[in-house]
Design a protein around this ligand. Structure first.
Ligand code: ADP
Ligand code: MG
Length: 472
């Protein structure tokens, strides 16, 4: 491209012309049409009476060329007061060269070697290439989320829109978001994928309006509204600040109206994000909401196996199965922790040139999993921790009061006694005010069921079991 064109391309004058053109167009078409087709169109250059307008994809270009070319051209002539034409193109230069309405522009066609169908994908360093569907281990705990994410990656904007994935920390939400992005990269190279954390989105938005710089606001709008697939992570951190939810709401609407895919991740469901405005909550509910649960033992072992065989672990290092099981049995709720426990063992093994054995593993992880090496856990420690956690005294915990505020902690304590000690049901019953063994069995069954059904129960029991282990 010649210098002159470059100058013209970046001229704010082009933006002003386009703004005026949009004013005319807006009065001629209805609002949904305007939003759908014109909100993602941005002016690129205005050379020799030809305004180049960039649109996000071939489909939009053809559609606009077909239906709105006349309207836009005449608006342009009206605005500039001279003979002028418009060209719609995908990507920044001249996809529509040769279109009958474009004025032939000397030099442009011959110097621009980029094909009109050139991928418009920006390289997004945040789309960590190791996070793919292939490297994600599917199990009962995450299969719905996995399948929904894959469906969305295969047919963006069609399957579920938006897709909302929630679940506890370290359970693979970000991995799935990036897997969608990487999949689209590979299989739909013409689609623009944008991965962003909610915090980044909000920061960019705030910066774009802070200096009242039109170009910047435009840049922000364009970046987001031209995405074909927008992946928004950690939506729970959305702030209740004037304007920011507005910006997100409008971005969301304009993308969805245009059939673009939106995928959102959160550490909790929309109903539990207190700062989330109602209108956004209901938008999220209009798509598919899926959760990821903590993986079961089998899946944890499979994940560790996958990690141990991947390039995250130095080649030539072998990690025996009993070591993997040892770690998987003890780290139950967070995959990131599984990973760091494994790395710790692998690192010491290769650094100290020692074979990785169960012994080495037990030694190294003693401070993370103390129960193997220290005294057995006692029922009194369990009772003490449960009492502290729920704010009840020990007499009531083992006593006969049947109010829910005692029964529930009592059942949790019995369940933990069964999980963390080798004591039999009758022995545990004896420690809880001489109760029958069937009472203890009932309690453990009930808590297990509640843990499966309610995330907060699960979290409480996990937390308690961690603190009991530390105290022992
Ligand atoms: P979240 O976003 O839910 O907090 P991440 O997606 O960041 O969790 O996952 C934490 C780590 O665990 C990442 O390194 C990720 O690649 C890995 N991971 C999570 N789930 C799986 C899985 N099912 N299979 C393989 N790796 C996983
Ligand atoms: Mg995450």
């Amino acid at each position: 491209m010649s210098d002159i064109e470059t100058v013209e391309t970046t001229s704010p004058e082009v933006a002003a012309v386009w703004d005026n053109v949009l004013g005319v167009v807006r009065s001629e078409v209805n609002e949904p049409t305007f939003k759908t087709w014109f909100s993602q169109a941005t002016p690129d250059s205005f050379v020799s009476g030809t305004l180049r307008v960039v649109v996000p994809n071939d489909f939009t270009r053809d559609w606009m060329q077909d239906r709105y070319h006349g309207l836009v051209s005449s608006a342009l002539r009206q605005v500039t007061g001279r003979e002028a034409a418009v060209v719609f193109s995908v990507g920044s230069v001249s996809a529509s060269i040769g279109s009958p309405d474009a004025e032939p522009e000397s030099g442009l066609a011959s110097t621009d070697a980029r094909p009109s169908a050139a991928p418009t994908q920006e390289d997004d360093p945040q789309l960590d290439p190791s996070c793919t569907f292939e490297t994600f281990v599917m199990g009962a705990s995450n299969q719905f989320a996995y399948q929904a994410a894959l469906a969305v990656a295969e047919t963006p904007g069609v399957a579920y829109n938006p897709l909302f994935v929630y679940g506890g920390v370290g359970l693979g939400k970000t991995h799935l978001l990036k897997a969608i992005g990487n999949y689209a990269r590979e299989h739909h190279p013409h689609r623009r994928v944008r991965y962003v954390t909610t915090e980044q989105f909000l920061n960019e938005f705030v910066r774009s309006i802070a200096d009242k710089d039109r170009q910047r606001i435009e840049g922000f709008r364009r970046r987001y509204r031209m995405s074909d697939i927008l992946l928004v992570d950690d939506i729970q951190s959305i702030a209740k600040k004037e304007g920011t939810q507005d910006a997100f709401f409008h971005t969301f609407n304009s993308l969805r109206d245009a059939g673009r895919q939106i995928v959102i991740a959160s550490d909790r469901p929309p109903s539990e994000i207190p700062t989330l405005e109602e209108r956004l909550r209901s938008r999220f509910a209009s798509g598919l909401i899926v959760d990821v649960q903590p993986p079961d033992l089998e899946t944890r072992i499979a994940i560790l196996r996958r990690m141990a065989d991947s390039e995250r672990v130095p080649s030539g290092t072998t990690v025996p199965d009993d070591v993997l099981s040892f770690i998987a049995e003890r780290v139950s709720s967070n995959i990131r922790e599984l990973h760091s426990a494994l790395l710790r063992v692998v690192f010491y093994g290769s650094y100290g040139k020692k074979a990785i054995t169960l012994d080495l593993c037990e030694q190294l992880l003693r401070d993370i999993f103390p129960e193997r090496s220290s005294r057995p856990i006692s029922i009194s420690t369990i009772q003490q921790e449960v009492c502290r956690f729920y704010g009840v005294n020990r007499a009531d915990l083992v006593g006969s009061k049947r109010s829910q505020s005692f029964v529930y902690p009592r059942q949790v304590a019995m369940h933990l006694s069964r999980e963390l000690t080798d004591l039999s049901f009758p022995r545990i019953g004896a420690e809880f005010g001489g109760r029958d063994h069937t009472t203890v069995m009932h309690a453990t069954n009930k808590i297990q069921r509640l843990m499966g059904e309610h995330r907060d129960v699960f979290d409480q029991v996990q937390m308690l079991s961690g603190s009991i282990r530390q105290k022992s």
